[in-house]
Design a protein around this ligand. Structure first.
Ligand code: ARG
Length: 442
């Protein structure tokens, strides 16, 4: 352990931006704490992290670290997200939610190492990230105290913050303030605020940096082959590579083909809906390729059951519960399903799309002999009629007992659909003879 001074210490999750730079000073001035600034590299695009570290030291931090977590993030976190097909509300690949637990764990480790009693983060009081940091920190070491300066300080506008910074020798950015709030890492980039807050506004072209627009993308498709072993992506176009290298490469290929943009309304943990834009080239491609292989390698029941587990997993991660008993148990279930998810998926990127064009696996449960309508059919169709009569026994019994009250003719049903779907065209009043098939109404 590093020797503790008289003052209490705080470990700050530091990004180098205006907010956390002001915090380096604010924690010293307002809280009388010694500050240790930690800058975590999880693959964000635009920072010289050594410069960021020096900046913290120049502002009086007693120590500063810049930590390269990219490999660990890819291997220990993102592999799990792919195995779980982790998409919050079926759409968002969880990039911010995935990085916070790992950063929090490192903060706790650093707090122990530096003898700090506090951990500080730069999140606002309105978002999800505060929930993820604090829930993770409390799960690992409940004795540590958390300070969230943005929730406490009165620096409400950027101008006030800049004034405070100038008065306390904090370097003030000379460039115009970015009109968006951005968070990014290997798994993609989140863009919120500014004009995006009006949900009807089309996202301006300048928000995107990892992806080109479909109009700018090449006119010919780019084909890739992604290899998986036990659910983990391990190769690209037949070349073995680390998860980190694979993600970095795939981000480039997919981004150059305009793939991975998302524009959604999302339900935050704290109860509000927010409009979010994301670009997730590699993460979406990996999850979709993985799903394609699972559909070949997992049996019907496991595949269907796992879809609900995946959804719960994504919600837990979104809600900041990476370190929780249920998440651990779901991980164990997911891991056991992945044993035979080994094989290759071929797909084409083309102007914003990613289309799977082939898949193969030594463990495939798709058997051409059973599926074929051609020569070599192994399926015994003589068994079908008997099986169907038992499968439909409950509905046959129901229909005999109660059917007339609950069943309507398809022709009536068609008329209803027609009325809902197309009010401009006259609705046929008399059902035609053709449709006397019976359908069951819910
Ligand atoms: N809404 C996303 C999430 O909660 C993205 C958060 C991005 N954070 C940010 N500071 N812009 O996971």
């Amino acid at each position: 352990m590093v020797e503790t001074a008289n003052k209490e210490r705080v470990v700050l999750a530091y990004s180098g931006g205006l907010d956390t730079s002001v915090m380096v000073k604010w924690l010293q001035v307002e809280k009388n704490l010694d500050v240790v600034a930690i800058c975590c590299n999880v693959g964000q695009e635009s920072q010289d992290l050594n410069w960021v570290k020096q900046k913290a030291l120049d502002m009086g931090a007693i120590a500063a670290e810049s930590v390269d977590m990219r490999n660990e993030y890819a291997e220990q976190v993102l592999t799990k997200a792919v195995a779980a097909n982790g998409l919050y509300e079926g759409t968002y690949p969880l990039l911010s939610a995935l990085s916070r637990p790992m950063i929090s764990a490192y903060m706790v480790e650093a707090a122990h190492q530096y003898g700090a009693t506090y951990i500080a983060h730069g999140c606002t009081g309105k978002g999800n990230d505060q929930v993820r940091f604090e829930t993770s920190i409390h799960a690992i070491d409940p004795s540590l105290n958390v300070i969230a300066p943005v929730r406490e300080w009165d620096l409400l506008t950027r101008e006030q913050e800049m004034e405070w910074a100038a008065a306390h020798d904090v370097p003030v950015p000379t460039t115009a303030a970015k009109p968006y709030s951005i968070d990014d890492n290997l798994f993609g980039r989140a863009i919120e605020c500014g004009v995006l807050e009006n949900a009807w506004n089309e996202p301006p072209a300048d928000i995107w940096t990892m992806t080109v627009s479909p109009e700018e993308a090449p006119d010919t498709p780019t084909e890739v082959v992604i290899g998986f072993e036990a659910g983990v992506p391990v190769s690209l176009d037949g070349k073995k590579m680390s998860m980190l290298d694979l993600i970095v490469k795939l981000n480039k290929i997919a981004g150059a083909n305009a793939y991975g943009r998302i524009d959604m309304i999302e339900d935050r943990v704290i109860g509000i809906k927010s409009r979010e834009c994301y670009e997730c080239p590699a993460s979406l491609a990996l999850i979709n390729a993985h799903k394609a292989l699972e559909s070949m390698c997992l049996d019907h029941d496991t595949l269907h059951y796992k879809a609900s587990v995946d959804q719960k997993w994504a919600t837990l991660i979104y809600d900041g519960l990476w370190f929780s008993p249920l998440k651990n148990s779901l991980d164990a279930f997911i891991a056991s399903t992945q044993q035979y998810v080994t094989g290759e998926v071929r797909a084409k990127f083309y102007k914003g799309t990613f289309v799977v064009t082939g898949r193969k696996s030594d463990y495939s449960l798709y058997q051409e002999g059973l599926a074929t309508y051609g020569d070599g059919d192994l399926f015994d169709r003589s068994k079908s009629a008997g099986w169907i009569s038992l499968h439909s026994l409950p509905t046959q019994t129901w229909s005999k007992q109660q059917g007339p009250k609950h069943v309507q003719s398809l022709s009536e049903h068609e008329v209803k659909q027609f009325q809902i779907g197309n009010t401009a065209t006259p609705v046929p009043q008399v059902p035609t003879e053709k449709a006397k098939v019976h359908v069951v109404c819910a």
